[in-house]
Structures are given as structure tokens and as C-alpha cells.
Design a protein around this ligand. Structure first.
Ligand code: PBG
Length: 326
């Protein structure tokens, strides 16, 4: 037996971390925060253990708790006081996200990102204005071009409130360009755009839709979000967003789409974000609750794998817990 190449030599405790190819740091993580205009106390989100919807008054305190773990950035989602066909509370100056962001940016040092979409604000739960015959029409649910203007107004109002970065998540064609133009025209050239560039029509968003009360009242989102069968199309989607001025490119969900994370990493030089979504969080919690796997270890391994695949930053509901552990 003459074995010269023995990879096991580098797996002893003294050398393992020196030769580690990937590492995970609290500053790689971004924590989602849900601000709810319909409550004045914190409400636990049942399908996402450890997470809650917080009232506007507690938004800054909640972000401070995130910052204490070492996580520096948050993504703010809003649950409005009322909904209508257009989603007009999305761009209201006194809307839930606008009020929360004003306080968070005044009272904390967090880097504040806002989700820009209409699904939490429309009474039908779709991510934009409906085509007039959408309920009968099998294929067209959302009027793409009419929605762009509303998304742009929403993003400007978030910037006005103090958001550092806006993140359009509605998968409308041309949304990044529409936001960039509006922000620049309003003097917000310094605010960044993180595009949900390759966002799939995924069943892993289930718990989020409970949390943010944003499930579509009829139909589904497959006419605007991407088909899970497609990988080349993701590169095309991402390229369009790069051309329109996206600063950060997001792939969502993360774990079932690591091939896409890797492909985007290889094809583009922009920072790549991955969204470890609500279903990815909920399933580990459910299994851990049954005693079938270790929550801490599987969470850490998941996030490390997402980085190894090529993500620079990860949006995750595990942010605080994992950061505390790091
Ligand atoms: C809004 C939005 C969704 C998520 C983030 N932004 C829901 C959806 O597209 O249905 C999902 C996040 C998660 O599941 O954690 N469009």
C-alpha cells in the first residue's frame, strides 16, 4: 500500500479552519422584519417559530435586537392597515413601511432594505394591478406596465423615509429600470437596488404568505414568477436587471436553487444574494421539533452551503439565531 495523497491529513482540528474554503459571518446575513399596522403588540408567526409581526412603535427596538446579534442589515416587510384593488397603502407617506423605516433609520444604525411589492397591499393578493378581465382570463393576471409606475412610487416613498436600498420582488418586466429612473429623478442616486432577479414560483413561500397576509385570492403567481423548470431563463432575467441598473442580484428560493446561485455567480460580477425563504426555515423547525434533526447544525450547514454555491449575502430567518451562535 503506497498512498501518497491523503486528504485526511488536512482534516485534523489544528488545520481544518486554515484550509476552509468558505466561511460564514454575521455580516453576511440580512434579517427579515415584519411590521404590522393592524396590531399594537407583537404577534408570533405560528409557521415561523421565533418570528413575530411587530407594531410600528416597536420596529426600531426589534431592529436593535437584530443588531445586537451582529447582523447589520434588515429587510422590512409591511402589513398595511387596509387593502384595496390598487394596493395604495404601498406608496402612502404614512404607510406602515414608511413609518417604520423613518423610525428605524432615525433610531438605529442598521442598513435598511425594503421589499417593494404590492401583494401585501392589494385586496386580491397579486403583485400588481389586475388586468380588467384577469379573473376570467387564464393567462394574464397582472398588468405589467401599469404596475411599474406604482412600484416606482412605492420605492421613492421608501427612499424618502430613509431606506438605504430597495428590493423589488414582483417579477414585473422592466421593474428595475422603472425604479432606477424614479429614484434618480427624485435625487436618490445614492440608494441601491437589490433585484429579486430570479424569483421562482415556489411552494416554499407558504409560511411567508401567512406571515405577511399576501396569498393571492384567486389563481397563482406562475404568470409572473419563474417556472422552477428553467435555469437558462434565470440568466436572461438577471441580465435584463443588470442592464437596467440593479446593484445586487438575488436568487430566490435558495436551497432548491443552488445551481442558479452558482450560475449567476459565474456569469456576473455583481454581488449575489440568496433568499433562504420561509419554507426552508419552517421545514427545519418542524423536523427539529419532532427530534428528527438538529436545528442549529442544519441551519448552519444550510447557510454555509448557500455561500459555497456563490452567494455573497443571505437573507434568512435564521439570521439572528445563527449569528448568535457564530
Ligand atoms: C412578495 C414576497 C414574497 C416573499 C418575499 N417577498 C411572497 C411571494 O412572492 O409570494 C417570500 C419570502 C419567503 O417565503 O420567505 N412578493
Amino acid at each position: 500500500m503506497n498512498l501518497t495523497d491523503r486528504p485526511r491529513r488536512l482534516r485534523t482540528d489544528g488545520i481544518r479552519s486554515l484550509v476552509a474554503e468558505t466561511s460564514l459571518d454575521a455580516t453576511d446575513l440580512m434579517a427579515p422584519v415584519f411590521v404590522d399596522a393592524t396590531t399594537d403588540e407583537r404577534v408570533p408567526i405560528e409557521s415561523m417559530p421565533g418570528h413575530e409581526r411587530v407594531p410600528v412603535d416597536e420596529a426600531a427596538a426589534c431592529v436593535e435586537e437584530v443588531r445586537e446579534t451582529g447582523v447589520e442589515a434588515v429587510m422590512v416587510f409591511g402589513i398595511p392597515a387596509s387593502k384595496d384593488a390598487e394596493g395604495s397603502r404601498a406608496w402612502a407617506d404614512d404607510g406602515v413601511v414608511q413609518e417604520a423605516v423613518r423610525r428605524i433609520s432615525r433610531e438605529t444604525d442598521a442598513y435598511v432594505v425594503t421589499d417593494v411589492c404590492l401583494c401585501e397591499y392589494t385586496d386580491h393578493g397579486h403583485c400588481g394591478l389586475l388586468e380588467s378581465d384577469a379573473r376570467e382570463h387564464a393567462n394574464l393576471t397582472v398588468d405589467n406596465d401599469a404596475t411599474l409606475d406604482l412600484l416606482a412610487r412605492t420605492a421613492r416613498s421608501h427612499a424618502d423615509a430613509g431606506a438605504d436600498m430597495v428590493a423589488p420582488s414582483g417579477m414585473m418586466d422592466g421593474m428595475v429600470g422603472a425604479l432606477r429612473r424614479e429614484l434618480d429623478a427624485a435625487g436618490f442616486e445614492d440608494r441601491a437596488i437589490m433585484s429579486y432577479a430570479a424569483k421562482y414560483e415556489s411552494a416554499f413561500y407558504g409560511p411567508f404568505r401567512d406571515a405577511a397576509d399576501g396569498a393571492p385570492a384567486f389563481g397563482d403567481r406562475r404568470h409572473y414568477q419563474m417556472d422552477p423548470a428553467n435555469a437558462r431563463e434565470a440568466l436572461r432575467e438577471v441580465r435584463l436587471d443588470v442592464e437596467q441598473g440593479a446593484d445586487v442580484l438575488m436568487v430566490k428560493p435558495a436551497l432548491p436553487y443552488l445551481d442558479i446561485v452558482r450560475a449567476v455567480r459565474e456569469e456576473f460580477d455583481h454581488p449575489v444574494a440568496a433568499y433562504n425563504v420561509s419554507g426552508e426555515y419552517a421545514m427545519l423547525h418542524a423536523a427539529a421539533e419532532k427530534g428528527w434533526l438538529s436545528l442549529e447544525e442544519t441551519a448552519l450547514e444550510s447557510l454555509l452551503s448557500i455561500k459555497r454555491a456563490g452567494a455573497d449575502l443571505i437573507l434568512t430567518y435564521f439570521a439572528e439565531d445563527v449569528a448568535d451562535h457564530l
